[in-house]
Design a protein around this ligand. Structure first.
Ligand SMILES: N=c1c2ncn([C@@H]3O[C@H](COP(=O)(O)OP(=O)(O)OP(=O)(O)O)[C@@H](O)[C@H]3O)c2ncn1[C@@H]1O[C@H](COP(=O)(O)O)[C@@H](O)[C@H]1O
Length: 104
C-alpha cells in the first residue's frame, strides 16, 4: 500500500497535462516554476504565522498546504518525490549535529 505522500506526488505528476480550468495543480504548473516557488513561499509564511501564534489546528491545515505546494514546486523543476525520499533515506541515522561538525 502506498502512503498518502507518494499517492499525492503521483497525482501531481499526472496533472501536468491536465486542464488548468479543472485542476489547481495544472493551473499552478502552467504558470511556471517561478510562480510555483512564490506560492510555496506564501504557504510557508502562512504556516510560520500559525506556528508563531501557537494555533495548532490552523498550523496542521497550513502544513498540508505547504507539503502540497512543495511537491508542485518540485514537479515544476522536474524533481521526483522519490529523489527527495532517497535523500532523506541517505540522511537517516546521521545526527544533524554530527553532520554539521563534519562540514568544518
Ligand atoms: N492537496 C491539495 C491541495 N492543497 C491545497 N490546494 C489548493 O491550493 C489552493 C490554494 O488557495 P489560494 O487561495 O491560496 O491560492 P489560489 O486560489 O491559487 O490563488 P492565487 O494565489 O493564485 O491568487 C486552493 O485552491 C486549494 O484547494 C490543493 N489542491 C490540490 N491538492 C491535491 O491535489 C490533487 C489534485 O488536485 P487538482 O490538481 O486540483 O485536480 C487533489 O486531489 C488533492 O489531493
Amino acid at each position: 500500500m502506498t502512503d498518502v505522500l507518494t499517492r499525492l506526488s503521483e497525482t501531481i505528476a499526472a496533472r501536468a497535462d491536465a486542464d488548468p480550468d479543472s485542476s489547481h495543480t495544472a493551473r499552478m504548473l502552467s504558470r511556471g516554476p517561478e510562480k510555483c516557488a512564490e506560492k510555496f513561499g506564501e504557504e510557508a509564511i502562512e504556516a510560520i504565522i500559525e506556528a508563531a501564534k501557537g494555533n495548532t489546528d490552523k498550523l496542521t491545515y497550513e502544513a498540508a498546504d505547504v507539503v502540497y505546494h512543495l511537491m508542485v514546486m518540485l514537479t515544476a523543476r522536474g524533481i521526483a518525490w522519490a529523489d527527495v525520499l532517497t535523500e532523506l533515506e541517505r540522511r537517516e541515522g546521521t545526527s544533524g549535529i554530527a553532520e554539521k561538525a563534519s562540514r568544518t
